[in-house]
Write a protein that binds this ligand. Structure first.
Ligand SMILES: [Zn+2]
Length: 320
């Protein structure tokens, strides 16, 4: 189903916790927009992370949902960072089409020292950002990696699209927090990912990245970008943070505001869910791969093994 986005709202297209695919045909641009509210807060409630870690994780969850929701097969999409900063590990996992789960590992003292408003680049530091795609039916696995060198998640993801997928991509994500009476924090995240996918691949040419510290005299490879993409990219990049997270501005209205001069159509929204895939059977299967000596160390006095799922914090006690 595809309908023209209109200035009206109040429909499911304007609701929270959805990914809304869109198409701007005259600009050969397709993409997805996201809003997460309740689902995001449910995921956060499974952990007790400091606010700075929650903010970073919210951004990673939105990025994962924007990227993973394009998969048309049964499988999963996983984002993982491994870095030397105060937050050493982020894992966000999307089971197609819409199950989200996430966790972070961090050094509490270093996170406190970085401050509550520390940005993603500071919290992550240096290391890598990896994306894994698994297709269940073929047990196939694809992994793409991009270096994190202090540029944060959004910029690293853009580099990934440029280098690995070679698709011109524009991406904007904004995280907002709302402190309720009693001090409880509520998070919202919004984002837009747009890609230039013309029928003629030669239109997808992209200028080289700036050579940076290349030797003096190095000639930069200058390639003119396609006019349609220049326009679409500019529209996405100039989206204000407040527009991305404004509860009064539905996603359909946001897309209309961005692209109404060209005409934008939206498809059936994908409803996101806070859902872990852990189960006693899966944990049992994992444990049987451990050597007996390791299992012996994990046993409690009564011989049972206690395991806590890192994604959802659910506790299991198994007799093996
Ligand atoms: Zn779990």
């Amino acid at each position: 189903m595809a309908v023209e986005a209109s200035p009206g709202s109040g429909s499911i297209f304007g609701a929270d916790d959805i990914v809304l695919p869109f198409h701007v045909e005259p600009l050969d641009t397709r993409g997805r927009a996201i809003r997460l509210g309740r689902v995001l807060n449910e995921i956060m409630a499974r952990h007790a992370y400091p606010p700075a870690v929650e903010r970073l994780l919210a951004e990673a969850i939105a990025l994962t949902a924007l990227m993973g929701s394009s998969l048309k097969f049964d499988g999963r999409f996983q984002l993982q960072t491994k870095t030397d900063g105060p937050v050493s590990l982020l894992v966000v996992d999307l089971g197609t089409p819409s199950s989200l789960r996430a966790y972070a590992r961090f050094d509490a003292e270093r996170v406190t020292a970085a401050g509550e408003r520390a940005d993603a680049a500071t919290l992550l530091g240096h290391g890598y950002l990896g994306f894994t795609v698994e297709q269940s039916a073929f047990q196939s696995r694809y992994q793409g990696i991009v270096a994190l060198e202090g540029q944060g998640l959004e910029a690293a993801a853009m580099q990934y699209f440029r280098q690995s997928e070679q698709i011109p991509t524009a991406l904007r994500i904004a995280v907002a927090e709302h402190q309720q009476a009693g001090g409880q924090r509520q998070w919202r995240v919004g984002g837009v990912l747009a890609q230039f996918l013309p029928a003629a691949p030669e239109r997808m040419r992209q200028a080289d990245l700036d050579p940076g510290d290349a030797p003096a005299g190095t000639i930069r490879h200058v390639v003119p970008e396609d006019d349609a993409w220049i326009e679409a990219r500019a529209l996405v990049e100039t989206t204000e943070d407040i527009e991305l997270v404004d509860p009064g501005l539905g996603l359909d209205r946001l897309l209309y505001r961005l692209f109404n001069e060209r005409g934008v159509s939206v498809s059936e929204p994908i409803r996101m869910e806070d859902q872990c895939r852990c189960s006693e059977a899966r944990i049992r299967e994992t444990l049987t791969q451990f050597p007996d000596s390791d299992l012996a160390e994990m046993r409690e006095e009564d011989g049972a093994i206690a395991v806590t799922c890192e994604f959802c914090s659910r506790r299991y006690r198994l007799a093996l």
